[in-house]
Design a protein around this ligand. Structure first.
Ligand code: FES
Ligand SMILES: [Fe+2]
Length: 371
């Protein structure tokens, strides 16, 4: 089969052809039809710790409260009058109301809708309007708190299963705070699989041809550097102005932050937020920003096509990821790419590792590294 035939005939492409453009967008976040429990798919991977996107900065106004479900928890996120976002476990310590629904912002604090107890960002009750005394237990941190930062036009929360403090930072991307770059074009997916599977895709050399229809297997050098993974590839693209030499570079920090930078062709930055909803459900956001000066004129069409193509690749992978079984003992062949090295690298993001019999043990490797 020629490369052109492979490109137009990949199984995933044919599978997705059943959808109209509107149906495709709905499919990206729809519940899974006939889902299997995680155990039946061999998914015994815990959720990795780290910084994870929990929302876009411009989607949380001052005084706004939002219910969220991430990290297998119900959460309440709000932005105080000082402009700072704060995140607590959603359930009130009093009688258990979910504060993400109908909770209100009072000053910088969150007011529970049930009896109006107020919480600060440290999870302490600051006011009970009908009580003479706040119980001492409620004055201390009595609802779990989550470290939150705002960077690259996203709100991030630090998740660690044992509540350990952050061990690294979210990397700042200069384009995301530059007025010369466009507002984010936002796309999202729910992937019914663990984060590790998605991250592994980047080193799965053989799938590029058979799932995405690229002319040849990706030929780039992935470097694992501590908690970072970086790769860069020279690319030639056909534009209305002729062939242009460009570079596509790709980086990840921890388990939740990834980006792809396209330079030379049409300056584009794709910022990805990859967040666990549960051990077998992942919320993926792709936000694209482009150099405003390239958005009009001859490169505009190329820029649009590129965004569309990147989203299409995620769609193609999702077809497999949603149903994939996790194989800790994957049977690999030459030409598969550095999958074993990747899995070794990724282990550092687990605070506990599965033993194979369902009992997690502390990842001593991490404990050493973090101190
Ligand atoms: S349940 Fe929250 S104030 Fe009573
Ligand atoms: Fe892929």
């Amino acid at each position: 089969m020629s490369n052109e035939e492979i490109a137009s005939n990949t199984a995933a492409r044919q599978y997705l052809a059943r959808f109209t453009p509107e149906q495709l967008v709905a499919w990206r976040t729809a519940p899974l039809d006939r889902p299997l429990p995680a155990a039946a798919r061999g998914i015994d991977l815990p959720m990795p710790f780290g910084w994870f996107v929990i929302g876009y900065s411009d989607e949380l106004k001052v005084g706004e409260v939002k219910p969220l479900r991430y990290f297998d928890r119900e959460l309440a996120l709000w932005r105080g009058e000082d402009g700072v976002p704060r995140l607590l476990d959603a359930y009130c310590r009093h009688l258990g109301a979910h504060m993400g629904y109908a909770g209100r912002v009072k000053g910088n604090d969150l007011e529970c809708p049930f009896h109006a107890w107020q919480y600060n960002g440290a999870g302490e009750v600051t006011k009970i309007p009908y009580a003479k005394v706040i119980p001492p237990q409620a004055r201390r941190n009595c609802v779990q708190t989550w470290p939150v930062v705002e960077r690259n036009r996203f709100i991030w929360a630090w998740y660690h299963p044992q509540g350990a403090a952050p061990t690294f930072e979210v990397e700042g991307l200069p384009e995301a705070s530059s007025p010369d770059w466009s507002d984010y074009e936002k796309h999202e997916w729910l992937v019914y699989g663990p984060l590790q599977n998605m991250a592994e895709n980047g080193v799965d050399a053989a799938h590029f041809r058979y799932i995405h229809g690229t002319a040849s297997n990706a030929d780039y050098d992935v470097k694992f550097e501590g908690i970072r993974r970086v790769a860069s590839v020279d690319a030639k693209m056909t534009t209305p102005r002729g062939d242009v030499d460009g570079t596509i570079s790709y980086g990840t920090v921890g388990a939740g932050q990834a980006w792809t930078r396209f330079t030379g062709i049409c300056e584009t930055l794709m910022v990805a937020g990859i967040t666990p909803v549960a051990p077998d459900i992942t919320h993926v956001r792709f936000a694209f920003t482009q150099l405003k000066s390239t958005l009009d004129g001859p490169t505009a069409g190329v820029a649009r096509a590129m965004v569309k193509d990147i989203c299409r690749q995620l769609d193609q992978d999702k077809v497999v990821w949603d149903r994939q079984k996790y194989r800790p003992d994957a049977l690999l062949c030459d030409g598969d790419g550095p999958i074993a090295a990747f899995r070794q690298y990724y282990r550092q993001f687990y605070a506990e590792l599965p033993q194979g019999d369902g009992t997690p043990v502390v990842n001593r490797n991490f404990a050493r590294r973090a101190t």
